[in-house]
Design a protein around this ligand. Sequence first.
Ligand code: CP
Length: 326
Amino acid sequence: QTIFRGKDFITLQEWTKEEIDTLLDVSFDLKRKFAMGIDTPYLKNKTAFLMFFEESTRTRNSMEAGIAQLGGHGNYLDTSTMQISHGEVAKDTAIILSRFGHAIACRNCFWGIGNKYLREMAEWSSAPILNLQCDLYHPMQGIADLMTIKEKVGDTKRLKVSIIWAYATTHKKPISVPVTQALLFPRYGIDVTLAYPEGYDLPDWVIKQSKENAEKHGGTFKITHNMEEAYRDAHVVIPKNWGSWVTNQSDEVVDDLLESYKTWKCTEKMMSIADKDVMYMHALPADRENEVENSVIDGPHSIIYDEAENRLHTAKAVMTLTMGGK
Ligand code: CP
């Protein structure tokens, strides 16, 4: 039996399928109530600390607006103004904030540090740790993406969803979004195609786990370096840049690699070989005219604003389940 209260939300891989189903149910319920103007004071007088090591538009504001709508308080913390900037360790921060409030949510994308930092806090915090994006995972984005796909199509079995690398002007992008999607979608019977040019492999353990998830839940998982193959007959395309995470390469080498793949762009031509009702998704912010043509992201197949709105409903569901209950 699941006890949600106090449960960490660091990666969806550590939530069972049944737990994720409940999370989706609560998200849909909160979305309906929000639309109908029904109050949802499930976290009255509760506080979530929202620690941000990096910038954010969607994540910060979905959490702040979300907890206010649940009757609680979100305390935004720019970590550069905390004693962390003078070397205070994760253990001390976690113990103290968890004595003050009911959850510690944190965005820390630094490669090789972010997830480690969350895990260290989780070891010491008496309140749940909520991952607002680390170097490895972005579960808040992943659950909103899954909710969006489910609300558009209903049954996700045999749906061709392509996670496609796309060119962007900077190489400093985390792998957390494609990793989260690659692990999660096969658990919902989705046929996942992961497409990227040479040099942008995701870690081996991600591929292994994604394939195991597919085998267990009736989805499929395949990799291609052929962009057209990923677009062909796809029902959902998610073209987005991610960085080459191989750490022993210099910035110059990574920049040269990036510049050689400018053709990896979501164009109207590519969209024309997908299913006629194909949906275009992106976690945002998008690198317009590099990752994607404006006519696609602003076109009839784009569902980016529905996807972004669902960040609110799913963030509220995560907080309700992990911080609420009796
Ligand atoms: N998708 C996403 O996490 O957006 P922000 O960086 O604006 O939070």
